[in-house]
Design a protein around this ligand. Structure first.
Ligand code: FE2
Ligand code: FE2
Ligand code: FE2
Length: 181
């Protein structure tokens, strides 16, 4: 990919409830396509097809531009303070309502893999909620987040500011595998 290009997506426009619903559905679909293609790229790499992997990554990027444009028209991109509040709200919904309900259904249906996947997500969303909360408080005092690295478990998404633990407390992955941002 070439160097970063300053993204100027289409401006927010509030015209038509059905159009908003359609764009929200398209945002979900494009976001899913982008994620799927990134996962497919990793498979292609593992199977020894690096150029197919490259194609998947390129199209994933294209789909992410579509998702971002739809989000922009829906008015879903604000200032960093707005965005932190929106991000905190999304994580809070997932922790308080969405994943507990999904976990109950997965338990009822005896789907253990789904319970594991949901549990990994729910625990990481708690990390994210806390980090967004403290970051927002700092921003209200006009302070950027410190330069300390953010580290993420590649298996469960457990997220920490600073050093990785010796072993992920949620899934047991060695801290040396954490991805640094
Ligand atoms: Fe697309
Ligand atoms: Fe999250
Ligand atoms: Fe983990």
């Amino acid at each position: 990919m070439a160097g970063a290009y300053k993204n100027t997506p289409p401006a927010a426009e509030d015209k038509g409830a059905m159009t908003a619903e359609n764009l929200a559905a398209a945002l979900a679909g494009e976001s899913q396509a982008s994620q799927k293609y990134l996962a497919f790229a990793d498979v292609a790499d593992a199977e020894g097809f690096p150029n197919v992997a490259r194609l998947f990554r390129a199209v994933a990027y294209a789909e992410s531009t579509h998702a971002r444009n739809h989000l922009s028209v829906l008015g879903g991109i604000g200032t960093t303070a707005d965005n932190l509040k929106a991000a905190w709200g999304g994580e809070t919904f997932e922790i308080a309502e969405m994943y507990p309900a999904y976990d109950a259904v997965a338990k009822l249906q005896g789907n253990e893999s789904a319970q594991t996947s949901i549990s990994y997500a729910l625990k990481a969303e708690v990390d994210h909620q806390g980090i967004y909360d403290s970051t927002l408080k700092g921003l209200e005092g006009k302070k950027d987040l410190g330069a300390t690295a953010v580290r993420v478990c590649p298996i469960c998404g457990h997220t920490v500011i600073g050093d990785a633990p010796d072993e992920c407390p949620q899934c047991g992955t060695a801290g040396s595998h954490f991805v640094e941002f």
